[in-house]
Design a binder for this molecule. Structure first.
Ligand SMILES: [Zn+2]
Ligand SMILES: [Zn+2]
Length: 433
């Protein structure tokens, strides 16, 4: 669509709003074939939409950019409106391709483009990931934190959580690649991560809701419990991921040799190691009540193939009882279980947790969220389509995600899996459903 001459530009927002409104109603009706509303219902819905649009226009004109973005992201509107998005994106590209040397008032166009981005964001189904790392702040990851945020924006994520690992408190806990670091280095690195993440949260607020958090370790409960509480008092976090990466103080997700060493220390059998893992996880859950539970069954990653795939409920009822206990506890306090796609890039055909645990959580009424657990640009959103397809085949109807409300507090919101699968977000993946 060609840009109108400068003297007509003040009306442009109203025209865009009208176009969005008509297309919105059209697409909205198209998406609800089983639910044909009566005429008064349409009129009433139309009235609500007009009111919302007017309020939106008002807020776009009157609020600061940052406040505006917060308001929009907090509303969490979930409507699939591919045609509206496509139309606005075309206009956006045309606007931004205009040369600054033309007679047009480009500052006005830039403002307009930002407005369009906010409208685009409002009409998309939300897309979210609750767990990420970057090469800036952890040695086993790649790429800069800001590049990872930019990639998430570019892919169309609406919520993305920045959750670097907490500083560990003993040199014995460092991984081989960290051998030259000190405990102070870890603490300084985490402080830098926090400041950087908060700065990015503000900088990218018009485009994406970033939540700033951390991922736990819980290597020794008596040391890590106060350590994590001190961290929470020192910084203010929007959320965090509660994970266990060690059993009997030894890492269980680094390699098979260390997994085996942990097994020997935990009693000498995979069954004993699994039991110890779920007990240490329970201690962490009971102590911290994490809003998001990280890779629930990570203990399976380096287990011998038979044990990874083992039907635990049938073969190891004692271990299963611990899993049930942990799941029930998380459901009672309201935590989200992440469906963590990192398991797929590590060779599994499904995310953490595996289907048996997903089905247990579903039976008990637990809530799931999505995480890519990315450790670099190439892993942002990686295999999300496989995760969503997998859980929809298991019968999962709803996904949940964290968002920030008007006051900046984290809140839990819900998406329908069926609706999520129609989002234009998925067109960037090969081999879809
Ligand atoms: Zn982890
Ligand atoms: Zn992680």
């Amino acid at each position: 669509m060609p840009l109108p001459p400068p003297h007509r530009r003040p009306h442009r927002k109203l025209l865009i709003a009208a176009a969005v409104l008509v297309t919105f109603v059209f697409v909205h009706l198209l998406n609800r074939p089983d639910e044909v509303p009566s005429e008064p219902a349409i009129a009433s819905e139309l009235g609500d939409i007009i009111k919302q649009q007017q309020q939106q226009q008002q807020s776009l004109l009157s609020e600061s950019e940052h406040e505006r973005a917060r308001t929009e992201s907090a509303e969490g509107a979930v409507v699939s409106a591919q045609s509206v998005i496509a139309e606005l994106q075309i206009e956006k590209e045309e606007s931004s391709s205009s040369s600054s040397s033309s007679s047009l008032d480009t500052s006005n166009i830039n403002t307009h483009t930002e407005d369009q981005q906010i409208i685009i964001k409002k009409l998309q189904t939300s897309m979210h990931s609750h767990h990420s790392h970057s090469g800036d702040y952890v040695m086993h990851a790649k790429d800069h934190l800001e590049e990872i945020v930019q990639k998430a924006v570019q892919m169309g994520f609406t919520t993305y959580c920045l959750t670097e690992h907490i500083p560990r408190n003993r040199l014995a806990d460092l991984y081989p690649e960290e051998s030259k670091l000190t405990i102070t280095d870890l603490e300084t690195t985490f402080a830098k991560f926090y400041a950087h993440a908060r700065a990015l949260q503000t900088k990218y607020a018009p485009q994406i809701t970033l939540l700033v958090g951390f991922e736990t370790d819980y290597i020794r409960a008596d040391e890590y419990s106060p350590l994590i509480k001190t961290l929470q008092n020192t910084y203010k976090f929007d959320m965090f991921v509660g994970s266990v990466h060690h059993v009997a103080s030894l890492p269980i997700d680094f390699d098979a040799a260390r997994w085996t060493a942990a097994m020997q220390k935990a009693g000498g059998t995979p069954r004993a190691l699994f039991a110890a893992y779920f007990d240490e996880q329970y201690a962490m859950l009971a102590d911290l009540r994490p809003p998001v539970v990280g890779h629930f069954d990570l203990i399976r990653l380096f287990a011998p193939a038979d044990d990874t795939a083992r039907p635990i409920a049938r073969d190891w009822p004692d271990v299963w009882a611990k899993i049930v206990r942990n799941v029930e506890f998380v459901i009672r306090y309201g935590g989200l279980f992440e469906l963590n796609s990192a398991a797929i890039r590590k060779g599994w055909s499904e995310p953490y947790p595996r289907s048996d645990v997903v089905q247990l959580i579903m039976q008990k009424g637990g809530r799931f969220c999505l995480s890519d657990d990315s450790h670099g640009l190439a892993q942002v959103g990686l295999n999300f389509h496989k995760v969503v397809k997998h859980v929809s085949q298991l019968g999962l109807r709803e996904l949940y995600y964290l968002d920030l409300d008007d006051s900046g507090e984290a809140v839990v919101r819900k998406d329908e899996v069926e609706k999520l699968m129609t989002d234009p977000f998925w067109t960037q993946y090969d081999k879809l459903w």
